[in-house]
Design a protein around this ligand. Structure first.
Ligand code: ATP
Length: 239
């Protein structure tokens, strides 16, 4: 597999002619966790949407494992190796946990492969196995986030796009989700992580990009960014 999983060059995109992403270039190397940080409205969610074909790229090139995927429809990307776990989780509350997971692999015709993948997800998230027959709306916020990630894993992605997995969660749950991100990385999955919780994200990422008003204004190793006082003040809201 190539060393660079995601290669974005000069990407610009927006909504109805209003550009919100300007000339974004970034790389995500194999097996790394790369964080995209920025304040409210910086364009983090829009960036993930543009990468996964939910909004059109007006300019630029997106390559996934050397294959150009610019403006490929969103529903075709899981089969190409990229899965987007959106902000807000979007799980189906009146379906069971197991049914929610099965939806993540509905394009996989082979039942044995689907079962193997569910077993893998249950290994990562034992709580989902315990509660697999229950409707998803009974899960806590953190467990719903696990289910959303688990559903993404059902497509056996090479690259996982995670949008604000810590949003709205209690600190203990945030820790748990971040430990899971570490484990996913150890299992060989490459992750592009969008987080407003910059301090937590930098602790678990290898590399980071700072987004401001739709432009990348800084990039570097996560440890280096976390040590930079000006970044700490501006993006982490503290010194
Ligand atoms: P947040 O953490 O608040 O989600 P963000 O960094 O993810 O912030 P985006 O949600 O990507 O930022 O928003 C970037 C810009 O795009 C903002 O100016 C926002 O108003 C605009 N925007 C986002 N979604 C839409 C939309 N559906 N239609 C029009 N403009 C939008």
């Amino acid at each position: 597999m190539p060393d660079t999983v995601l290669d974005v060059q000069n990407l610009s995109a927006g909504y109805g002619g209003i550009r919100v992403l300007h000339d974004i270039s970034l790389k995500v190397k194999k097996g790394r966790v790369v964080a995209v940080l920025g304040t409210n409205g910086a364009g983090k969610t829009s960036l993930l949407r543009a990468l996964s074909g939910l909004i059109a790229a007006e300019q630029g090139i997106i390559r996934l494992m050397q294959r150009e995927i610019t403006n490929i429809p969103a529903h075709k990307l899981p089969a190409a190796g990229m899965v987007h776990v959106p902000e807000g989780r979007h799980i189906f509350g009146t379906m069971t946990i197991r049914e929610n997971l099965e939806l993540g692999a509905f394009t996989v015709a082979d039942a044995r492969t689907r079962h193997e993948r569910i077993d893998k997800v249950f290994e990562i998230f034992p709580i989902l196995a315990e509660r697999q027959g229950q409707d998803a709306h009974y899960l806590s916020g953190g467990q719903q986030q696990m289910l959303a990630i688990g559903r993404g894993l059902m497509a056996a992605p090479t690259l996982l796009l995670l949008d604000e997995p810590s949003m709205g969660l209690a600190p203990i749950m945030v820790k748990e989700i971040m430990v899971i991100i570490d484990r996913l990385r150890e299992s060989g999955i490459t992750i592009l992580l969008v987080e407003q919780n910059s301090r937590v994200a930098l602790r678990h990422a290898d590399y980071g990009y700072l987004l401001e008003l739709g432009r990348i204004v800084r990039e570097g190793c996560a440890a280096e960014l976390a040590r930079d006082d000006s970044i700490v003040r501006t993006y982490l809201g503290e010194v």
